[in-house]
Write a new protein. Structure first.
Length: 182
């Protein structure tokens, strides 16, 4: 375990601790244990973290920036996407963790986490934030035309030879047009 990922609680002064770091692509992929079908890292991750003591709690405020390669959901082309996000966590000692009984989470509970043994591992926090920053429906550009429903050609690159009537006729929804006439 690399020391750059661990912050000892005792090393946080009362005035706070600022950390700026850059993680290379290989490090990012190791942390994410990345499924290459989702996205690939293509630039280092710039990370800014601020640690503040609040009694036995620790406030972590941070931001990151990186670039990934991801596939467009419309045309399936691979493109580069910038990812950046700011985040905030309030970490409590593990000993104050509530028991595992089922309980309803409130909005403020989303920022709460726990640390154990006087040290904070920032890897899971950063990993979570990267996944939260991923676009839900990534598009290579606004107005992406996607793929032809008939021949599969990328309509952003060329207009295919399929006619509009072929596309409508071969559509799985063509049967609905027949039902409307009846």
């Amino acid at each position: 375990m690399k020391q750059q990922f661990i912050v000892k609680v005792e090393s946080i002064p009362s005035s706070g601790l600022q950390l700026k770091d850059e993680w290379d692509i290989r490090t990012i992929e190791e942390i994410l244990q990345q499924d290459v079908t989702i996205f690939k890292s293509c630039s280092p991750l710039s990370l800014n973290l601020s640690f503040s003591l609040l009694g036995e709690k620790i406030l972590i405020e941070g931001s990151f920036q990186t670039t990934i390669t991801i596939n467009c959901v419309s045309c399936l082309s691979e493109y580069k996407q910038s990812l950046e996000a700011g985040f905030r966590y309030i970490l409590w000692p593990q000993s104050t963790s509530p028991d595992e009984a089922e309980q309803e989470l409130q909005q403020e509970d989303m920022e709460i986490g726990y640390y154990q043994g006087g040290a904070i591992d920032v890897r899971p926090l950063v990993s979570e934030q990267i996944y939260l920053a991923l676009p839900q429906n990534p598009h290579c550009r606004e107005g992406c035309r996607g793929l032809c429903q008939t021949c599969g050609a990328n309509l952003n690159e060329k207009q295919c030879a399929c006619s509009v009537t072929d596309q409508v006729k071969n559509s799985p929804f063509a049967v609905l047009k027949k039902l409307k006439k009846a």
